[in-house]
Design a binder for this molecule. Structure first.
Ligand SMILES: Cc1cc2nc3c(=O)[nH]c(=O)nc-3n(C[C@H](O)[C@H](O)[C@H](O)COP(=O)(O)O)c2cc1C
Length: 214
């Protein structure tokens, strides 16, 4: 997994697993999605995060975060073969730091850089009915504007039918509980891995399709 490595000169195509996480739950899901990506040969996962945003405009973050993945750069997104986007649910929507980063990507949009690349999303909430689906569905909107091909989690992953916690056809989700102390459970974990594996296969297939264009 290309976690703390420089982002230039990849030898293999990669799926960018881009997340924001304050308390670690979305980061754990991201790591599971990345392990699913890396279970497919010929492609790797690149884990990246985004800095927090602050209402104090002078506030700056260190260039290297204290823990977790390093911060994403535009080139990480421009050169990816697929994108898995993860955010905690905040009032039924994605967290501002991730949206802030997406709002800097209009250059990629103008060039059609992400057209026909597959994408997916994942989230974590405090409460089971606290907006997992609304977060995932709204996360997909900017990806569609970029021309990406959205892939959720199909019900052929039968864990979707039996899970008592997270897991939706729109993407993997996690129930963290009101104290944010509920671990990612086995069902959520297996769905996140399956989601990453599926995205990696789609990334390879769509890369072939784009390369075959006249
Ligand atoms: C500002 C804010 C808004 C939140 N909104 C929701 C919400 O709408 N629904 C919910 O279930 N949890 C909500 N939460 C809780 C987080 O989604 C939850 O703790 C999540 O597991 C955090 O993920 P992380 O560990 O990756 O930071 C909110 C938390 C914060 C700080």
């Amino acid at each position: 997994m290309t976690d703390h490595t420089a982002s230039n000169g990849p030898t293999l195509p990669y799926v960018l697993v881009l997340y924001y996480s304050r308390q670690g739950a979305t980061r754990t899901l991201a790591e599971q999605v990345a392990s699913g990506v890396e279970s497919v040969s010929g492609i790797e996962a690149r884990l990246r995060t985004v800095p927090a945003v602050s209402p104090v405009c002078e506030a700056t973050a260190p260039e290297i975060p204290d823990e977790g993945a390093i911060y994403v750069e535009e080139a990480d997104l421009r050169q990816c073969s697929g994108l898995a986007l993860g955010s905690p649910t905040r009032f039924g929507n994605m967290a501002a730091p991730l949206k802030y980063f997406l709002d800097t990507t209009s250059g990629l949009w103008m060039n059609g850089a992400l057209v026909d690349r597959p994408a997916t999303a994942f989230t974590s909430t405090a409460s089971l009915h606290g907006g997992q689906e609304s977060t995932l569905l709204t996360m997909l909107i900017p990806l569609l504007h970029h021309g990406m091909v959205y892939a959720g989690v199909p019900y052929s992953e039968t864990t979707l039918l039996s899970t008592q916690s997270g897991g939706t056809p729109y993407g993997t989700s996690h129930l963290a509980g009101s104290n944010a102390d509920r671990e990612v459970d086995a069902d959520e974990r297996s769905l996140a891995v399956a989601q990453g594996r599926r995205l990696a296969k789609l990334a390879l297939a769509l890369t072939s399709m784009r390369n075959a264009r006249p």
